[in-house]
Design a protein around this ligand. Structure first.
Ligand code: AMP
Length: 215
């Protein structure tokens, strides 16, 4: 399976990708996670990316494309992968197709996780992530048992810098104008399907698996 997960920030793509990894053992490639790791490591790529991320804008295509190309060449991607948060605009989608054409391994599916726009704000402002194991919580819908601590590993929970209210608005605007056109792009290719992204994580996962023809 070579899958693109589409959906607005806060739609739950990352959560569903993590469940797919657990069940099917294929890697998730999240450009947001790769960029945040570069920022944390203080690399020159990270320094360049940070100024765009803090404003809720897209990092330039050349930075992201180089990073994705490197990642796709790694051995664990041979059995498939889930692209999460990439592509984010038509230029990236076209560049990805070109890359995969050369390797003769086209995408097998694009799946959108649909959540009403009004719900996204609460999901994003409430989102917290564990510093230790990456487990995600939401202070409104899925709060940890102990404030600020991970139920799984006891690690400290943090709020992403770009999950602050003023940046979220910009990210949602960028999504509508630059990423939403990808629905048409993949529909035209005949590989797009969608699931309702509201409900419990397990219900949504069931719909995801059904839609992808997975057992
Ligand atoms: P995410 O975790 O996917 O919401 O990404 C967080 C931020 O990283 C975005 O707001 C962008 O600034 C940047 N980013 C992530 N993926 C991409 C991408 N494919 N193209 C450009 N910027 C990206």
């Amino acid at each position: 399976m070579r899958l693109v997960l589409l959906g607005a920030p806060g739609a739950g793509k990352g959560t569903q990708a993590k469940k797919l990894i657990e069940k099917y053992g294929i890697p998730q490639i999240s450009t947001g996670d790769l960029l945040r790791a570069a920022v944390a490591a203080g690399t020159s790529l990270g320094k360049e990316a940070k100024s765009f991320m803090d404003k809720g804008e897209l990092v330039p295509d050349r930075v992201v494309l180089g990073m994705v190309e490197e990642r796709l060449k790694q051995d664990d991607c041979k059995k498939g992968y889930i692209l999460d948060g990439f592509p984010r605009n038509t230029a990236q989608a076209e560049a990805l197709d070109k890359m995969l054409d050369t390797l003769k391994v086209p995408l097998t599916a694009a799946l959108s996780v649909d959540v009403p726009f009004d719900d996204l704000m609460k999901r994003l402002t409430g989102r917290r992530t564990c510093k230790g194991c990456g487990q995600m919580y939401n202070v409104f819908f899925n709060a940890p048992k102990k404030d600020g601590k991970c139920d799984k590993c006891g690690g400290e929970l943090f709020q992403r810098d770009d999950d602050k209210e003023e940046t979220i608005k910009k990210r949602l605007d960028v999504y509508s104008s630059q990423t939403a056109p990808l629905f048409d792009y993949y529909k035209k290719k005949g590989i797009l399907s969608s699931v309702n992204g509201t409900g419990s994580i397990d219900e949504i996962f069931k719909a995801v698996c059904n839609s992808l023809g997975l057992k």
